[in-house]
Design a protein around this ligand. Structure first.
Ligand SMILES: Nc1ncnc2c1ncn2[C@@H]1O[C@H](COP(=O)(O)OP(=O)(O)OP(=O)(O)O)[C@@H](O)[C@H]1O
Length: 249
């Protein structure tokens, strides 16, 4: 498998706090790569640098063959990076279908330009519907976004990210705030894209991480202490000590 995202010796400090210390890791095309680590380990800071919200002090980020270390998010999106969850991007007074249709249009609006207006709307809605169906929300297509549950809202955000047909989905705590039933549903949805879509998953819910990940990187105090397959991470002594220690005891 080829490398889709390459992070080399990334560094970011806030005053005296080294939130990202010499982080290097690769995300391979087609894999689900999870990043785990205790509170304050530097997961959010790392994701922010991958999205271009924060600029690294040093190091290199390459995505889809291009150096994007200091590129703004739109440039990264054009190369095929999609981030969930930017909750602000959901219009609450629009239906789920309308929201996904907007993402489809933002991504490939030009391909609808040659159609007559009514036909192009039908084609747009049909395409949007396929993404809603993939995340199990077809029956809620005409419900307003503000009327669906928290879990369904997150499913909608996955559909909106998929509608941009990304090379990589950056999933920033997809299970946050979910009950066990909602989490299980989200795991099932994401499982469907395993092997098809490259995913970088930052998540606290270990059941979800171990159910989904092909490889896991463990971040502790701004450093990757291990990258390996889930079973090897579970057995890794340094990981047990540094992170899973309490659970392993
Ligand atoms: N803007 C900031 N200014 C100062 N310190 C910061 C800032 N952002 C993060 N930090 C510090 O950097 C370190 C890493 O924080 P970060 O939020 O990236 O960790 P995290 O792994 O995402 O934590 P959590 O799991 O709690 O979300 C922490 O010590 C945090 O206090």
């Amino acid at each position: 498998m080829s490398v889709l995202l390459e992070i080399q010796d990334l560094q970011k400090s806030f005053g005296g706090v080294k939130a990202t210390k010499h982080v290097s890791l690769d995300v391979l095309e087609g894999e689900v790569h999870a990043i785990i680590g205790p509170n304050g380990a530097g997961k959010t800071t790392l994701i922010s640098q991958l999205c271009g919200e924060q600029m690294p002090d040093a190091g290199l980020i390459r995505f889809a063959g291009k150096t994007i270390t200091r590129a703004p998010f739109p440039a990264r999106a054009r190369l095929g990076m999609a981030r969930s969850f930017q909750i602000t991007s959901v219009f609450q007074d629009m239906t789920l279908l309308e929201n996904v249709a907007l993402s489809v249009q933002a991504h490939d609006g030009h391909s609808f330009r040659f159609w007559k207006r009514a036909d192009s709307e039908t084609a747009l809605n049909e395409k949007a519907m396929t993404f809603l169906t993939e995340v199990g929300l077809a029956d809620k297509a005409h419900v307003l976004s503000r009327e669906v549950s928290h879990g369904e809202h997150r499913q909608l955000e996955i559909a909106m990210a998929l509608a941009t047909e990304p090379k990589m989905l950056l999933l920033d705590e997809p299970m946050a705030g979910m009950g066990s039933e909602e989490s299980a549903r989200m795991v099932d949805i994401l499982k469907k894209f395993k092997g098809e879509k490259t995913m970088l998953l930052v998540e606290h819910d270990m059941d979800a991480v171990f159910a989904l990940a092909d490889r896991i990187s463990v971040l502790v105090y701004g450093e990757v202490i291990a990258t390996d397959k889930p079973e090897a991470i579970r057995d890794n002594e340094a990981v047990k000590r540094a992170y899973l220690g309490e659970e392993a005891d």
